[in-house]
Ligand binder design. Sequence first.
Ligand SMILES: [Zn+2]
Length: 329
Amino acid sequence: MVDVRRLVQMALDLWERSEPAAAAQPSAPVVKEVVDAKPLAPQAPAAPAPPLRRPVTPVVPVTKPAAPAAPASLQAHPAANRSILLQGQRVAYLLQRAKRRSIGFVVSEDGLVVRAPRWVTQPGIDEALQEKAGWIVRKIAEMQQRRARSMSASIRWEDGASLPFLGQPLQLVVDSEQRVARSGAVWRVEEEAPGSPSRLYLALPPSAGRTQIRDLVQAWFVQSARQHFLARLAHFAPLLGVHYTSLRLSSAETRWGSAKSDGSIRLNWRLMHYAPAVIDYVVAHELAHLRVMDHSPRFWDTVAEVVPDHRALRQQLKDMPAPPWDRAA
Ligand SMILES: [Zn+2]
């Protein structure tokens, strides 16, 4: 689904210039591992994480075997149902069949959407994509950069500021009169105003400072992360035929998750900044380690059973650093 509110969209219609610009539619030795040991925010000092009482034990990275040769991937559309190699890069896109007379391309921060009349065959669509490959690859790369910039911007801990939550903007509202939030934080998606960001109402006095705001948002993030991760673990564990024994949340600056052969899983609550598909990739990655502990081709085949576009999602995680929580703003 293309999300209009996210941004500027660029539309290009082939064959038919007169058509209005496309609207958005639609006890054994414990083996440990590390996902993508990459700093979230290189300059940011470690966040205080009051809900986490256990110290983070150092994790020894497993040396990654050489990755099998594969084309580079551009950002996959979260609802992608097709993929194609354009200028040597894998592009996973959403194909929508529509009542229209031409093939339309829309590139948003979500990725590429192709809208085509029902009578155009897949080879016909492929041909149109190849013809516009230069434009498509360039626009997706631009959108990816834009998204990375907005994602990694420092969060302003004040009324009206926004931060990414599940890949979408979330607006902070200091609810001093407690009209929505009697206590703590209440998340509201404004159903009647499609396009507006969801809001997090914070029951705080008007005098609340940035530390107070940040601490309340963090408590809410951690709580949301636990609920979300438990639901996704419950979804993927049976699909992979594995059992995990415990979930612990971390806020480590350098890793998104880890799994141990005793079945314990650790996931970083800051993942909640990312789109659900990206979180699913990390959840599936860790659960897949309960079957295969290394990063061998067999491991990636296991991940692909449940997250076929794992390469593109992993790339998204690498390309978009999560915002730093502690930098003064
Ligand atoms: Zn791993």
